[in-house]
Design a protein around this ligand. Structure first.
Ligand code: DGL
Length: 272
């Protein structure tokens, strides 16, 4: 059974979940974290739901074996939609927190009744999104904007791209949503959080940019409290570990991301 001194694992196909880790670490400042960027499975958004499920089940099993975490946060909308119920079924004693598009807060706030959702190719076509819309925004018009190419842009080019390049990368997507009347733009791919300011600048005043970082950190703390798994004393090593799947040495951007988020590593999670 999990106990309070076990770490919290956060995973994504790449660096998209790191802003979630940052928010969770601020709220839960006694905890230790392990972060997996699943480089070997990257990207998830071009794959089928079945394929993403198979990959995520595999990575979670390896992480559970190596770290016996007390909770796992799937900081990826594509993976959560495709695999959350499967990983819960495979590890019934473990707490899982998923990241799903923040349709509910957007529906509560919209005045125009039009909500834009910017996400990966797989997330926008996943029936799970239809069920979220039917449940939380039945009266709204929800426009789905796939922006898969932005995932690789963030993963590989974020630190090299000038502001003009970042703005140009998001402009077409955001203008389409705003021109259709959206006053809420839901960031439904965790990678796009890095482009939040650019998205807000293109969207202009009067458009809310909605994401789930705060909600996920809060949910994580509630779930751990309910299970009496919150640390009472600070972890000896609170710096956290950045893991990268695959055998190849880490490419330069991953070293940079580890430094920016003050994590040890990158260390490799070999899959062979
Ligand atoms: N960061 C991911 C998400 O929230 C997936 C990006 C990808 O690998 O395509 O959906």
């Amino acid at each position: 059974m999990p106990n309070e001194s076990d770490p919290i694992v956060i995973m994504d196909s790449g660096v998209g979940g790191l802003p979630y880790l940052e928010t969770a670490r601020k709220l839960l400042d006694k905890e230790s974290f392990v972060y997996l960027a699943d480089r070997a499975g990257f990207p998830y958004g071009t794959k089928s739901g079945d394929e993403v499920r198979r990959i995520v089940l595999d990575r979670v099993a390896r992480l559970v074996e190596r770290f016996s975490p007390k909770a796992v946060v799937i900081a990826c909308n594509t993976a959560s939609q495709a695999a959350l119920s499967a990983v819960r079924a495979a590890h019934p004693a473990l707490a899982f927190i998923g990241t799903v598009p923040a349709i509910k807060p957007a529906a509560a706030r919209t005045k125009t009744g039009v909500i834009g959702v910017i996400a990966t190719a797989q997330t926008v076509r996943d029936p799970y999104l239809d069920s979220l819309v039917a449940r939380f925004a039945p009266g709204a018009i929800v426009i789905r904007e796939p922006a898969q190419e932005l995932v690789a842009f963030v993963e590989r080019r974020l630190f090299d791209a000038a502001i003009e390049e970042r703005r140009a990368a998001v402009a077409g997507h955001i203008r389409r949503l705003v021109d259709a009347g959206a006053d809420q733009i839901v960031i439904a791919c965790t990678h796009f959080l890095y482009l939040r300011d650019d998205i807000a600048a293109i969207a202009g005043a009067g458009v809310d940019i909605v994401d789930s970082r705060g909600g996920i950190a809060h949910r994580l703390s509630v779930v751990l409290a309910e299970r009496a798994l919150l640390r009472t004393a600070a972890a000896p090593d609170r710096r956290g570990l950045f893991l990268l799947s695959g055998d190849e040495p880490a490419e330069a951007p991953y070293h940079r991301f580890a430094g920016e988020f003050d994590l040890r590593g990158p260390e490799l999670l070999t899959l062979s």
